[in-house]
Design a protein around this ligand. Structure first.
Ligand code: DX5
Ligand code: ZN
Length: 244
């Protein structure tokens, strides 16, 4: 097969603290390890990175903010041991995120995203996250009006739009969030990222990219579909669906 001389995926370079604040101008693909085979987690993480993923997304749920219990700092630390060069993007779907930012930093996280629904003013926690040496993200659920976010946009390197309600992988994409993404993108600086998470797949990703999302989280569409390289290329738009 003709070899394409492309730069190595970002994740194969040392974990760039500024990956999300100064990224290459192309969609970043972030496999969520929620759908990885946990019995072979290190192998799975290395495989998706070698297949072209730019970073790893770690979905943390506390069984309270989200109706599922997923993983904690120990899984983050194991992922860091398996992938010393990876950028680890931790998504805290928890009621008390302030309790977890330091343990996840100590476990090797590069970034922490917290939810607006549990923080009247998320700015102090963003400052704490940065003081720990990470970048900060602010997430919102599908039914949260973006007006809740607008006073705080400047305080975060990344915004995360949930296109499903937090809880489980494999849910149906909610296209009604895309107009919110487009509105947010128009109010973000060029050095801020807009991530989308939930039901992102080759069938739904074009709408996400068109709405200005440039960090694409996918669990099922990558880990449950076998050929990681093809799935990642289809999410990035460098391969299209057959017949599309
Ligand atoms: C919240 C989780 C999921 C997961 C994505 O439920 O954050 O959205 O990352 O799972 P898929 O890509 O399978 O919808
Ligand atoms: Zn997530």
């Amino acid at each position: 097969m003709a070899s394409t001389t492309s730069s190595p995926p970002i994740s194969r370079v040392a974990p760039r603290h500024d990956l999300l604040s100064n990224p290459p101008h192309r969609p970043l693909i972030a496999p969520s390890i929620l759908s990885a085979d946990f019995a072979r987690l290190g192998e799975e993480c290395r495989a998706v990175l070698d297949a072209g993923a730019d970073l790893l997304h770690i979905d943390v749920m506390d069984g309270h903010f989200a109706p599922n219990l997923s993983m904690g700092p120990a899984i983050c630390a194991a992922t860091r041991r398996a992938c010393p060069d990876a950028f680890l993007d931790v998504h805290l779907m928890v009621t008390d995120p302030a309790q977890f930012v330091k343990p996840f930093r100590q476990a090797g996280a590069n970034h922490c995203t917290v939810h607006i629904e549990v923080l009247p003013d998320p700015r102090p926690l963003a400052d704490t996250i940065r003081s720990l040496g990470m970048t900060a993200g602010l997430a919102f659920n599908p039914d949260t009006p973006i007006e809740r976010l607008l006073p705080f946009l400047g305080a975060f390197e990344m915004l995360l739009c949930m296109s499903v309600f937090p809880g489980f992988s494999g849910q149906k994409f909610m296209p009604e969030v895309l107009p919110k993404c487009a509105s947010l993108r128009s109010q973000l600086r060029d050095d801020q990222r807009l991530e989308i998470d939930g039901g992102v797949a080759p069938e739904t990703v074009a709408g996400c990219r068109d709405a200005g999302c440039d960090v694409l989280v996918a669990a099922t569409a990558i880990f449950a579909k076998g050929d990681y390289r093809t799935q990642i290329q289809m999410l990035r738009g460098s391969q299209t669906l057959r017949g599309a």
